[in-house]
Structure formats: C-alpha cells, structure tokens
Design a protein around this ligand. Structure first.
Ligand code: HEM
Length: 189
C-alpha cells in the first residue's frame, strides 16, 4: 500500500532513533518509566486536542475511543508525577495531515504493547493504563483499513510524511531535553 509504505520509509530511521533513545534507560525502572510517560505527556494532549478539532479525525472509526490522554494522566497521577509542560506544537495547523499524525500515534500502540510485555516479565509494579490502552481492540487493523480510503495523491502523501516526521521529531526532542534537564540538575541522565 503506497501511503503506508511512504510513511514507513520516511519515518523508519526516526522510529529507530526514538526506540534506541527510550531503551537507553530501562522501562522497568521507575525513573525510566517516568521518563517515557513524561515524554508522551509533553506531546500527546496537544496532538489529541488538535485531532479532535479536525473533521478528518472524526472519520477514523472509534476515534474517541483512541484518545489516551486520560490514561496517561491516571498513570502519572498514580506515580505522583506532574503533567509536564506541553511542548510548542504550533506546527499543528491547517496544512497538517491527520493521516500522518494518526499513523504515528496508532503505531505507538504497537510499541506500547511490547513495552507492556517487558513490564509483565519484570518485577516492576507500575501503572499501565496508558500502555494497555486499547489492548484487545483492533485499533491498528481498523486504522490500516481507514488508511486505504485516504487521499494518496503526491501532495497528500507528502503532507502525511511531513507531519509524521514532525511528530517523531517532537518526541525525540522532548526526550533529549528531559535528559539534558536532568543532567543539569542531578549531574546524571
Ligand atoms: C522503546 C520504545 C519503543 C519500542 C520498543 C517500539 C517498538 C515497536 C514495535 C515492536 C513495533 C511493531 C513492529 C511490527 O509489528 O512490525 C512498533 C511499531 C511502530 N511504532 Fe514503535 N516502539 C517504541 C516507541 C514508539 C514511539 C514512542 C512511537 C511514536 C510516538 C512509535 C511509533 C511506532 C509506529 C508509527 C509504528 C508502526 C510501524 C508500522 O508498522 O508501520 N514507537 N514499534
């Protein structure tokens, strides 16, 4: 499928960088897990808020059920962690592509399922509402079916790829800045 292929090719290297960056600190530890949740919390609420204001997002099956901000808040609150300050997400605008943005968010559930399985194999007792969100549902499958119905023109594909990359970039920057701040305060990452 052209659109999916274009998104995969364009974001594969960014995904690998993000995967490596997240994995640099074990997810099974409180600090590694807090770092992971805080990274999402800098981005996801603003992106979901923007999606909810977009007409295209409402065409994605069960779009409301896909929102994970509340689950993220619950996990942070269970760990007594504050919601971090939101990043500047002003790149989200009329030209942004719901397709590209949803690809990143829906794909991140696949990684979440894997991370959840790592936690399950460890002794960690960490709240997993966010990681487990949507498990047992067919969100990825229905997203892919929806993707086949989307505009595949060169322009739309270009916008989707551009937006997907921007979201990945935001995640990478959020993680990097968190690590730098921690280094400044504690002298360690
Ligand atoms: C340590 C962190 C992560 C790990 C270990 C991880 C791992 C994975 C795995 C195992 C898959 C499924 C691959 C497959 O079944 O073919 C996947 C897919 C994906 N992940 Fe991640 N992931 C991580 C973080 C993230 C994050 C934070 C995002 C985005 C914010 C993300 C976005 C995606 C996307 C878009 C896909 C779909 C790829 C595709 O099939 O087209 N991942 N990830």
């Amino acid at each position: 499928m052209q659109l999916l292929q274009a998104l995969r090719e364009a974001t594969g290297p960014l995904h690998r960088r993000l995967d490596d960056a997240v994995s640099a600190q074990p997810i099974e530890t409180l600090s590694g897990y807090a770092r992971f949740l805080s990274m999402h919390a800098e981005i996801l609420p603003a992106v979901e808020d923007w999606l909810l204001r977009s007409r295209d997002f409402a065409t994605l099956p069960e779009f409301r059920d896909r929102l994970r901000t509340d689950a993220l808040r619950r996990d942070l609150s269970a760990l007594k962690l504050p919601m971090p300050k939101m990043r500047d997400m002003s790149f989200l605008n009329d030209e942004s592509s719901v397709v590209g943005i949803c690809y990143v968010l829906e794909g991140s559930r696949l990684g979440a399922a894997y991370l959840c399985s790592l936690l399950g194999k460890s002794d960690a007792t960490l709240p997993t509402a966010f990681l487990r969100h949507g498990s047992g549902r067919s969100h990825w499958k229905t997203f892919l079916a929806w993707l086949t119905e989307q505009d595949r023109s060169g322009l739309a594909t270009g916008q989707a790829v551009f937006s997907a990359r921007q979201v990945f970039d935001s995640y990478l920057k959020a993680l990097l800045e968190q690590d730098n701040n921690r280094k400044r305060v504690f002298g360690t990452s």
